[in-house]
Ligand binder design. Structure first.
Ligand SMILES: *Cc1c(COP(=O)(O)O)cnc(C)c1O
Length: 398
């Protein structure tokens, strides 16, 4: 076991399969988890509370609520806003399926908004024409570690009196115009195993709205006034009452302690990701068939959650899927972030988007590929990926 973990550090072996992603787990992380196991308190408790506190310090958020996933946070959000049949929620199609699924499952209607062709994030200008009297919520997505252009989005929210809630699953450590994502408004972060910092599964609901925070805190634990840890530490009666029917979305200390260790290393983790991304950008520059995403032109810090390229399929003479398969044969894992939600079976059949309806989403959908990017990679791994790409584009091996 020890051996296996040791191998996870430093550059990956040149002949081993290079995965798209691998969590950064230190011996200290492992010791911390073991300590919680030995402590006698493994579910939501002091570690989750400390993780929330540290996350507030990182982002400047007034309130942070640790949850079992970002998807859980989105579910609670829709519940708290009372979103249901007849309501519309505007969100992009080029994202993970969580928000669109939840909107649909609660009987409301997702309205897909297009994205910028080069940084894959939506804009206030693209959203505004889609607003109707049924629009209840707008959920744009910070993409790949770069921030949305929040100023015009906040202005739009104010103009129409419609909440904008940020999907910040990719944005732990991202800043926009000098301010961390999560400081203003409401933002939902993810700690799924692939994300910049991980608790295996987990999420954080950040908001500057005290009433919303109190509601989410209650809804995440059955709709009780207090959670199990409060009952233990504050001596509250186990007969605590349900204030409104809620869910079971709290984050266990076993997971939260992992998050605490990861958060303490966030600077180093994102710094390494940034260096690796810079090397990719440099080494991919001479390859005409490969187009990395563009960085937004407003001031920001990129968390480099993903390194996404677009394959020029006309020039390359190969489809994106064949390109991914060829890289796999060469021992390089890739990913697809994301298959556009409107192209999934259910949405294709039940709420078809006419061809050309989301032009930038469609164009990118056929061309995007995510390349391996994780903190335990080194310069030799980046070189290996670039060499494999060159070899695939030169015609072999297929
Ligand atoms: C990962 C991800 C989610 C879901 O996060 P979970 O913690 O797995 O629920 C939502 N949106 C985006 C954009 C994601 O990448």
């Amino acid at each position: 076991m020890q051996e296996q973990y040791r191998k996870f550090r430093g550059n990956t072996e040149q002949n081993a399969f290079l995965p798209l992603s691998r969590p950064s787990i230190t011996e200290q992380d492992i010791d911390n988890v073991v300590a919680v196991l030995r402590s006698g308190w493994i579910t939501t408790g002091p570690k989750a509370a400390e993780f929330e506190q540290r996350f507030c310090e990182l982002t400047g958020a007034a309130h942070a609520i640790a949850l079992s996933s970002a998807t859980a946070g989105m579910h609670l959000l829709l519940h708290a806003y009372g979103i249901g049949p007849g309501d519309e929620v505007i969100t992009p199609s080029l994202t993970w399926v969580s928000m669109v699924n939840l909107v649909t499952a609660c009987g409301a209607t997702p309205v897909f908004v297009d994205i910028d062709r080069n940084h894959l994030m939506t804009t206030a200008a693209m959203i505004e024409p889609l607003i109707t009297e049924r629009t209840r919520l707008i959920v744009p997505v910070h993409f790949a570690g770069a921030p949305l252009d929040m100023s015009p989005l906040r202005a739009l929210s104010k103009k129409y009196g419609i909440a904008v809630v940020e999907d910040a699953a990719h944005a732990v450590g991202t800043t926009y115009r000098g301010e961390p994502v999560g400081r203003h408004g409401t933002a939902i972060f993810s700690f799924h195993a692939i994300k910049n910092i991980t608790t295996a599964e987990g999420g954080m609901f950040c908001t500057d709205d005290a009433a919303l925070a109190a509601r989410i805190r209650s809804l995440k634990f059955h709709g009780l006034g207090v959670d199990a840890y409060d009952r233990e530490t504050h001596g509250r009666a186990p007969q605590a009452e349900v204030l409104e029917p809620g869910y079971k979305y709290n984050l266990a200390d076993l997971n939260a302690v992992l998050g605490l260790g990861q958060l303490s290393r966030l600077g180093a983790i994102n710094q390494r990701r940034t260096e690796l991304a810079a090397q990719y950008l440099d080494e991919l520059k001479p390859i005409d068939e490969v187009m990395p995403l563009a960085a937004p032109d407003y001031p920001h810090t990129h968390a480099w959650h993903l390194f996404v390229i677009r394959l020029d399929i006309d020039r390359a003479g190969t489809s994106r899927d064949d390109f991914m398969a060829a890289l796999k044969i060469m021992g390089i894992g890739t990913g697809l972030h994301f298959r556009a939600v409107h192209t999934h079976k259910f949405y294709r059949e039940r709420m078809p988007v006419p061809k050309g309806g989301l032009p930038n989403t469609e164009w990118n959908s056929d061309r995007i590929v995510s390349l391996p990017l994780f903190p335990d990679m080194g310069p030799a791994d980046i070189r290996r990926v670039v060499t494999a790409i060159k070899s695939v584009l030169a015609g072999g091996p297929q």
